[in-house]
Design a protein around this ligand. Structure first.
Ligand code: XMP
Length: 514
């Protein structure tokens, strides 16, 4: 195991991710971790980047016992500046920030860290720089703007690099991390998704104990289904999944999820039809943010009510844990430093539940990225179709019916969406598109059908390509495909007289219309 000490860089989790890509397990802990309190010995330590400056009064610093472990250490960006700074070398603001690509020039051709990475493009992102070398160190690489691009104390096996090998913009960064972990630290390459499952199941069993019970919401999406399946493998029926039908789910969704989760995956699931309650509360509301709030709050309300009815079998005990399928990208603020101690905050998909219910949180997918969760899902026997489903927003069709959300409007949007997705699947395009859906616009437009004047609403279709949903481009369908979908929707969905295709990228638009 490699220990990654996190100083709060936005890239820190990519380090553990890259190491997993060549089967090395890395554990990430806050940079303030006391080494004497670790009950295992790492094969090597990586100090991450950070938004801080090492010389700032509130900057986080590493426990110096790291260097007494006698294992190799690699400092990345801030991590390197920290190595230098604690060894008495001046670090301060450079004349200009260095941000973007640079070419690596390896000076020490024998350095095991840079094996096969010379002359590659590396990604820089720093404002501070070293003004000298700490004692015992030498320069092993430079770049045009960084005379101290790579430094090493070979005797002690301490390395520092100014660039970020963990981002994909660093062409051979992955190889460099492999050189460090495998060749220098001699870490064992035995991590696999199968091992992860075993380890995680054991961890869950230990945490939950022999008789406590766990509750969790499922949505029919990949994250909550994978988390629920993992929990079921670990503790069986002591895990209670709840699906709340909020009245703004996709066509036949509650029925299909029930079928897949209970029959297909053996998950102990309760489905609650709360659609009237949700739609009642949404009456007259047109503001998108209000819709989101109402749906979020009503969800908490319903979930708590149902949870209170699910009593652990044969006991008067309460449910103790709440499962959440939070992934790494959902963890918006991983670590924040407040004075000497750090607090870890996580973003809750089901925000508010914990405060009210006094439940302890379990997040088995917290370290993983989406593609890893998909791989995990496939190994757990979840169908390919579910594992590769497009994302669906928590507020559901309520934010795809612009204007007031009524049962009738939801039914129109739902029917159009169903036809659209069906055609996308038939055309073999589903997996080429990151997300597709239909929106119902609250405007009427004139048409003519069978010699009759019509005056009905408009459906807008959206399909996007993206890797991270932060930026997105619209998908280029063949005209014949759009023709077919348009004609089916107008012919088959009552209340729609016109179909348009959304050709706006994100930014400036967002993926959803609301
Ligand atoms: P936007 O519209 O922000 O969407 O560009 C980016 C991605 O996030 C999804 N999305 C949501 N998911 N609750 C969710 O669980 C929400 O309130 C929400 N709003 C947007 C959206 O579907 C897209 O995948």
């Amino acid at each position: 195991t490699i220990l990654v000490l996190d100083f709060g860089s936005q890239y820190s989790h990519l380090l553990t991710r890259r190491l997993r890509e060549f089967n090395i397990y890395a554990e990430m802990l806050p940079c303030t971790q006391k080494i004497s309190e670790l009950n295992w010995k790492p094969k090597g330590v990586i100090l991450s980047g950070s938004p801080y400056s090492v010389y700032a009064p509130d900057a986080p610093h590493v426990d110096k016992d790291v260097f007494k472990l006698g294992v190799p250490v690699l400092g990345i960006c801030y991590g390197m500046q920290e190595l230098a700074w604690i060894n008495g070398t001046e670090v301060s603001r450079g004349d200009k920030r260095e941000y973007g690509p640079a070419t690596l020039n390896v000076v020490d051709k024998e350095s095991p860290l840079f094996k096969d990475v010379d002359h590659s493009k590396v990604w820089m992102s720093h404002g501070d720089k070293l003004y000298g070398l700490p004692e015992g160190f030498k320069v092993i690489a430079t770049s045009e703007n960084s005379p101290y691009c790579g430094i090493a104390n070979e005797e002690k096996q301490i390395y520092g690099i100014q660039f970020h090998p963990e981002v994909t913009h660093s062409e051979k960064g992955k190889l460099l991390l492999r050189n460090f972990a495998v060749d220098i630290c001699k870490a064992t390459q035995n991590w696999s998704m199968k091992n992860f499952i075993d380890t995680e199941i054991n961890r869950i069993r230990t945490l939950v104990g022999p008789d406590a019970e766990v509750i969790g919401a499922v949505s029919g999406g990949v994250d909550s289904t994978v988390a629920a399946k993992l929990m079921t493998e670990a503790i069986g029926d002591r895990f209670h999944a709840i699906l709340v039908d909020n009245g703004v789910l996709r066509k036949d969704e509650a029925k299909n999820v029930k079928e897949t989760l209970t029959k297909g995956l053996g998950i102990n699931l309760t489905v609650v039809d709360a659609s009237d309650e949700f739609l009642d509360k949404l009456k007259g509301v047109t503001d998108p943010e209000k819709k989101r709030k109402i749906i979020g709050n009503t969800f908490i309300h319903v979930f708590e009510r149902v949870a209170a009815q699910i009593k652990p079998k044969n006991t008067d005990k309460e449910i103790e844990f709440l499962l959440q399928g939070t992934l790494y990208p959902d963890v918006i603020e991983s670590i924040s430093f407040k004075g000497p101690s750090q607090t870890i905050k996580t973003h809750h998909n089901v925000g508010g539940l914990l405060d009210n219910m006094k439940l302890k949180l379990i997040e088995p997918l917290r370290e993983l990225f989406k593609d890893e969760v998909r791989e995990l899902g496939e190994i757990l026997g979840i169908s390919h179709e579910l594992v590769w489903r497009h994302p669906f927003p928590g507020p559901g069709i309520a934010i795809r019916v612009l204007g007031e959300v009524t049962r009738e409007q939801v039914a129109i949007a739902r029917a159009a969406d169903h036809i659209y997705i069906e055609e996308i699947r038939k055309a073999g395009l589903y997996n080429k598109i990151a997300q597709a859906f239909a929106c119902l616009l609250p405007v009427k437009s004139v048409g003519v059908m069978g010699d009759q004047r019509t005056y009905e609403q408009v459906i807008a279709l959206r399909a996007i390509e993206t890797s991270d949903f932060m930026t997105a481009d619209w998908f280029c369908f063949e005209p014949a495909f759009l023709k077919k979908v348009s004609s089916r929707i107008v012919n088959e969905v009552d209340g729609v007289a016109r179909v348009t295709y959304d050709i706006t990228s994100k930014p400036p638009a967002t993926v959803e219309w609301e």
